[in-house]
Design a protein around this ligand. Sequence first.
Ligand code: UD1
Ligand code: CA
Length: 463
Amino acid sequence: MDQLGVVILAAGLGKRMRSTKAKVLHHLAGKPLISHVIQTTQHLHPDRLVIVVGHQAAEVERACRNEGGLFAVQQEQHGTGDAVRTAQGHFRDFRGDILIVCGDTPLLTAATLARFVQDHRTRHVTLSLLTTRLDDPGQYGRVLRTCDGRILKIVEARDATSEELEVQEINSGIYCVHADFLFTALEQLQPLNAQGEYYLTDIVAQAVAAGLPTQTMLTTDPNEVGGINSREDLAIMEKTRQAQLRSHWMAAGVTLQDPETVYIDEEVTIGSDTVIGPNTQLKGKTVIGTHCRIDGSAYIENCRIGNDVHLLFSVALFNSEFGDKTAVGPFAHVREGTQLAARAEIGNFVEVKKSVIGEHTKAKHLAYIGDAEIGRDANIGAGTITCNYDGFRKHRTKIGDRVQVGSDTTLVAPVTIHDDVYIATATTVRKDVPAGALVFNTREEKVREGWTATKREKMKNAK
Ligand code: UD1
Ligand code: CA
């Protein structure tokens, strides 16, 4: 059987983005545009997948290193036709069809591409073109046809006459072409257009002129083939993708109380019966379990959240793990490398960093816990601070099971508090404390009776 190849064009800078970053590295739903396209085409299980890189080739290669695929480098960007030509080296011993897609069309679906390729093959055509119809066809290439409807050629908006610009059927930039014809046709391209570039689009007219069988497929969902050229395109597409992701998760059993204010990255997963309040951002590879409650105003990046977790109003959580039935917030900040065991509770104005918090341990008010390891059933009082940084290095604090840390305690790391210790309020702990001990600092408490009245009298007379 014929082989299937894929070529993804991603060498352009994307001038219209006005960015120092290559266009395909800009993110949609938290993932580079190029990764969206690669992952979609990988669903077709191509025999060969080649990504044409150029602008910031090294960065683009790094961004899609783990997606599979070979790279071809287009040193100078002389147009889409020239770009495909640079991929030719990877197709020397190849027999079959090549699906060409642009790296800047991230909403393409594998289902549409599969149908497109299937159709191309069952009809034994040399060239297939995916098109769509737009009310406002803008800068897209126009599909020109004969009076009896047969495809003739594609003309770029820049090169089109005002009459041609009226055409609403546009080139999606997605082609399926027999490899032999493709590479021969590319040799014959001429840069005779407004941009002085080698246009891939010109192979359509070549196939027609040679009398080879060509066909077009019209997609009914124009969003799918939309290309991103500007920041505005990117913003519009982000809106479209967010709407799709919200619908997906609602269909999977997640309640979004105000869907339009919930932002979900591509790789996030959410368990059923979880209820998410307004203004919630779920970023990166965040995984949320079932039956969770997220009250709202939450920023959650790369976190693993168990089942039955309650995130109270306003939390910022990064690269951390939250066991089943934990509760965090309101107004809590959990930073990288933190692990909360089941039923642990982090309350208001508590910051936790790189710490392990044992089962059912609580730190409910105003605390900083950094580089600490705390056992189970412990209680961290209000105003507790782990002094983990001496100005040179970070040090660890260890707190055992069932330890009661009184309010306003400072723990000067490195320090170990063994199991069942009681730390009296307002204690500065500098030395390790053995299991079961009470630790306190002696501070004399002095009382001056009638002091306030005397002071007030003095102040009044001074006026
Ligand atoms: C292209 C098509 C246009 C179509 C539109 C669909 C041509 C000449 N025009 O226009 O008919 O309607 O896509 O989105 O093909 N690239 C390279 N090397 C280059 C030039 C471009 O790799 O030398 C890559 C870009 O990185 C991008 C893709 O090819 O991913 C398309 O290039 P772009 O400049 O965005 O083409 P459009 O003007 O959108
Ligand atoms: Ca484009």
